[in-house]
Design a protein around this ligand. Structure first.
Ligand code: FES
Ligand SMILES: [Fe+2]
Length: 351
């Protein structure tokens, strides 16, 4: 079972930030997977990610400046292109030849799609290939459609504990107790859901949602949902009615092996969402903050390295998470394809 730290998986695309938060000509430092990453948007609108460390004397490049094309280090003015290669060393005099093309800070594959900036973390120096040649694509929406709502929060826990929270069907009655979320949350009811393996994880098979719920009514008739969980910590929910669709993404991005950034975003087809965005964001914050506070308290206990446990069927998905993760790590170590270790199964619990 997991303690304070989690193994950080490589060979996968991670959500870095919503693209809408990065204007052309700007850079932002986004620590991910224990590495300092500088993400920028050039004047032409394209995004890039380089290592946020100057290879000359080690100062983070974020203290420098960006002219929309090259990043200039704050210490001695060396400049770096969007591929991380050095393009200028101002102190060189004529005849002083340094092979500057060989000087590089690292660069990461970086893609912007559906309003999200994704960064690929390689295991060695390989480029993205095979099933991870590009970032996961969310259902329903075109590549140029961004989210209507986006928030993110820092969680003082490992990616494993953040992931367990994502797939934990029985904490809501005790943690998410706001009046607007679920009336009589403590009145537990029997639940039964079918699951099956899917790409790099599993999914809760599409099932109808209660027609009396006002929010679902706004999507039309016959509203149903499908929830997918996959590496490296993505929960994708696709809610569809006969008129509209909503796609929700929760993405867990490790900052280090014991700290995590949790992104929550919604893509929506109905135009009426825009005026409701401030209220929506507020409610999302209240909800996510309840999870954030729980893991801070949990951390107090985990510091004493207790033996903790997972039980059936409430925590079965947490077990699946560890199996899928282990299989990914082993497949990479052994240089073989990933084989999904899960089988279709129905889970039952009270919540
Ligand atoms: S430390 Fe960056 S240019 Fe010297
Ligand atoms: Fe939660």
């Amino acid at each position: 079972m997991q303690g304070l730290k989690a193994e950080l998986l490589r060979g996968l695309w991670y959500v870095a930030m919503p693209g809408g938060e990065l204007r052309p000509g700007k850079t932002v430092s986004v620590p991910m997977l224990g590495e300092p990453v500088l993400i920028g948007r050039a004047h032409d609108g394209s995004v890039f990610a380089i290592r946020d460390i100057c290879p000359h004397r080690g100062i983070p490049l974020r203290y420098g400046t960006f002219d929309g094309n090259t990043v200039e280090c704050a210490y001695h003015g060396w400049r770096f292109g969007r591929d991380g290669a050095c393009v200028a060393i101002p102190s060189l005099r004529e005849g002083q030849q340094a092979d500057i093309a060989k000087i590089r800070t690292g660069a990461y594959p970086c893609v912007e799609r559906q309003g999200l900036i994704w960064v690929y973390f390689a295991r060695g120096d390989e480029t993205p290939a095979g099933r991870e040649a590009e970032p996961p694509r969310l259902p329903v929406f075109a590549d140029d459609v961004g989210p209507s709502l986006a928030i993110r929060m820092h969680f003082a826990c490992s990616a494993d504990h953040a992931a367990f929270g994502l797939m934990d069907p029985t904490h809501a009655a005790y943690v998410h107790t706001s009046w607007w979320f679920k009336r009589q949350a403590r009145k537990l009811r029997p639940k039964e859901k079918a699951f099956e393996p899917s790409e790099l994880g599993w999914k809760m098979v599409r099932h109808p949602l209660p027609p009396q719920n006002l929010v679902y009514k706004l999507l039309g008739k016959d509203v149903s949902t499908e929830i997918t969980y996959r590496l490296p910590g993505l929960r994708i929910e696709e809610v569809r009615g006969d008129k509209h669709a909503v796609v929700g993404l929760t993405a867990i991005t490790p900052i280090t092996d014991e700290a995590t950034e949790v992104h929550q975003l919604f893509w929506t087809t109905p135009g009426w969402v825009k005026p409701l965005a401030p209220l929506g964001r507020h409610l999302m914050r209240v909800f996510l903050d309840q999870d954030r506070v729980v893991v801070i308290r949990q951390r107090e206990g985990l510091m004493t390295a207790p033996k903790v446990m997972l039980i059936n069927d409430a925590d079965t998905q947490a077990r699946w998470w560890m199996h899928v993760k282990d299989e990914w790590a082993n497949a990479q170590k052994e240089g073989r394809p990933f084989h999904n270790p899960l089988k279709p199964r129905t889970l039952r619990w009270m919540s």
